[in-house]
Design a protein around this ligand. Sequence first.
Ligand SMILES: Nc1nc2c(c(=O)[nH]1)N(C=O)[C@@H](CNc1ccc(C(=O)N[C@@H](CCC(=O)O)C(=O)O)cc1)CN2
Ligand SMILES: Nc1ncnc2c1ncn2[C@@H]1O[C@H](COP(=O)(O)OP(=O)(O)OP(=O)(O)O)[C@@H](O)[C@H]1O
Length: 189
Amino acid sequence: MKKNTLRNHLLLLRKNIPYDTRIALTTSANTNLIEFIQTKIDDNSLKNIALFHSFRDEIDTSLTINYLLEKEITVCLPIIHPINHTHLLFQSFDKTTEMVKNKFGILEPKLNVNQIIIKESIDLIILPLTGYDEMGNRLGMGGGFYDRTFEHYPFKERLIGFAFSIQKVGSIPAEPWDLKIARIISDEP
Ligand SMILES: Nc1nc2c(c(=O)[nH]1)N(C=O)[C@@H](CNc1ccc(C(=O)N[C@@H](CCC(=O)O)C(=O)O)cc1)CN2
Ligand SMILES: Nc1ncnc2c1ncn2[C@@H]1O[C@H](COP(=O)(O)OP(=O)(O)OP(=O)(O)O)[C@@H](O)[C@H]1O
């Protein structure tokens, strides 16, 4: 199946999750993500974690974001690079951060150079996705933002996908530039 066809199919599948099921799956997935993060906190190696501010029918990350803020771990959110428009920057976020809509209508922290966190200093990067497979291939929104931003990233083991398990497919047609994720966290145990 072509990438765009597969993406549209998976977006529709995600959109059609009934409300009650969505709540249950979101709770399980966030619990799994928090447990995963806890195993890393125990060895004291976590300071900065990048998440994403969910939009449309993406799995809601706010339970995990709130947990991290309570634990005083720095939450970093992606912003579309103000100069290099095809790349992402990451900026710290808390309850006081002023948010603005980017060109896709996704809320992102208002640019503040003092709050930019360089990607090499981020200990875990939680990526949004529309589809994934067991080989670690990821299908995003089609913008190539994560692909480009992490193309030469030396710490690929820090890249973790976060999604509903219904977004899993047998295989994602991978192209040369596609970024692989080290693992996926979903509602499945
Ligand atoms: N929550 C969240 N934030 C994120 C991402 C994401 O996937 N999720 N991104 C991950 O990279 C970046 C934004 N990437 C995006 C790429 C395309 C579309 C989008 O809606 N595209 C249109 C079609 C393209 C167009 O506008 O011409 C569409 O699907 O209707 C949205 C976000 C940065 N922030
Ligand atoms: N490293 C790169 N260098 C140049 N172009 C790239 C690179 N990565 C991706 N692209 C371009 O970006 C476009 C979108 O790629 P793709 O459909 O794989 O995005 P995606 O992984 O779904 O999106 P995202 O990472 O934003 O969630 C492709 O047309 C591709 O040409």
